[in-house]
Design a protein around this ligand. Structure first.
Ligand SMILES: [Zn+2]
Length: 310
């Protein structure tokens, strides 16, 4: 960390403290009487909205195409976090640049990492941004339903009057996720053994590969914060040529340049690799589209991968 960065961070934290103290300890005002939930990623907001239903108002800080690894809270975000009754984030250092903000806001209200009760044994060891585990847990649908449980418990704790509704909603969504998990399993099973390699720009699909039996290779490390070099490109090109891999994938929240250079490299060696399509990795699609929901995002990825590798 550079001295300049440290300095800016310190200033920023001071700024937040001043604003927070200015607001006092009164609960955030909201006219609707509904529980105000602010989530970092769309995937978390999706869970909170489905469980909370009509009793919550949910907003997500990070919209379509936004990279959570590099994301820094804006002044507007700080305001949303202050107005929230509950703040939900992924944890496992996914939101690597927001740790200090969470700590500050956490002095005033529940700030919950939805993965904080995941069993250590369910996590993939390998750190990012100072963490010790892969943060991309939402791509194992069964595992992600643990985040649903966590959010259900937190909503009940903060709004006990609507416990029955929260439980009913959570049960229904749990069932839908179980079906989605089954769908992913059945679809991906169609890819022949030798073709079960998923090549993407960054290592977002570790849990996906583990859950659905695909080998996963990323050009970049677990965080988009890490640089890739010529050597990484060359290694990946060699792998594509040797294993005769048919397609690689770009990601909605990562620049496409990196993976395109790999395709070019393979072509130069006489191996034609297709770009199999765009996968949603660290952010969902636009609101109002099928990919703007968690199940829609997973289905899109599964269908895109199966179509390109079958
Ligand atoms: Zn990522």
């Amino acid at each position: 960390m550079t001295k300049r960065f440290l300095h800016i961070t310190t200033l920023f934290v001071l700024m937040i403290s001043v604003v927070l103290t200015g607001c006092g300890t009164e609960p955030a005002a909201n006219d609707s009487g509904k529980l105000q939930v602010t989530a970092t990623t769309g995937m978390i907001a999706d869970l909170a909205q489905r469980v909370g239903g009509e009793h919550v108002e949910v907003s997500a800080l990070m919209g379509p195409g936004i990279d959570p690894h590099l994301y820094k809270a804006s002044q507007g975000d700080i305001q949303k976090l202050q107005q929230a009754d509950i703040v939900l984030y992924n944890g496992l250092h996914l939101e690597g640049k927001m740790q200090e903000v969470f700590e500050q806001i956490g002095k005033q209200k529940p700030v919950v990492a939805v993965t904080d009760q995941f069993a250590e044994s369910s996590l993939i060891a390998s750190g990012v941004g100072g963490g010790t585990h892969d943060p991309h847990v939402w791509f194992d649908v069964k595992l992600w339903s643990g985040a649903l449980d966590r959010i259900e418990a937190e909503l009940i704790k903060n709004d006990a009057a609507h416990q029955a509704d929260f439980e009913k909603n959570a049960d229904a969504y749990r069932e839908e996720l179980a079906e989605l998990d089954q769908y992913a399993r059945e679809q991906l099973a169609q890819i022949p053994r030798e073709g079960r390699v998923l090549v993407t720009a960054h290592d977002a699909f570790g849990y996906f590969g583990k859950a659905y039996d695909l080998e996963v290779v990323g050009l970049q490390g677990l965080s988009t914060d890490s640089e890739y070099g010529l050597k990484d490109v060359q290694n990946l090109v060699n792998l594509l040529v040797e294993r005769k891999i048919k397609a690689v994938f770009v990601e909605s929240s990562v620049p496409k340049k990196a993976i395109e250079s790999v395709v070019k490299g393979a072509k130069a060696k006489g191996h034609d690799v297709k770009i199999g399509g765009e996968l949603f990795s660290d952010a969902m699609g636009s609101a109002g589209t099928p990919e703007g929901t968690y199940p829609g995002m997973v289905r899109h990825n599964v269908d895109t991968i199966v179509k390109a590798l079958k």
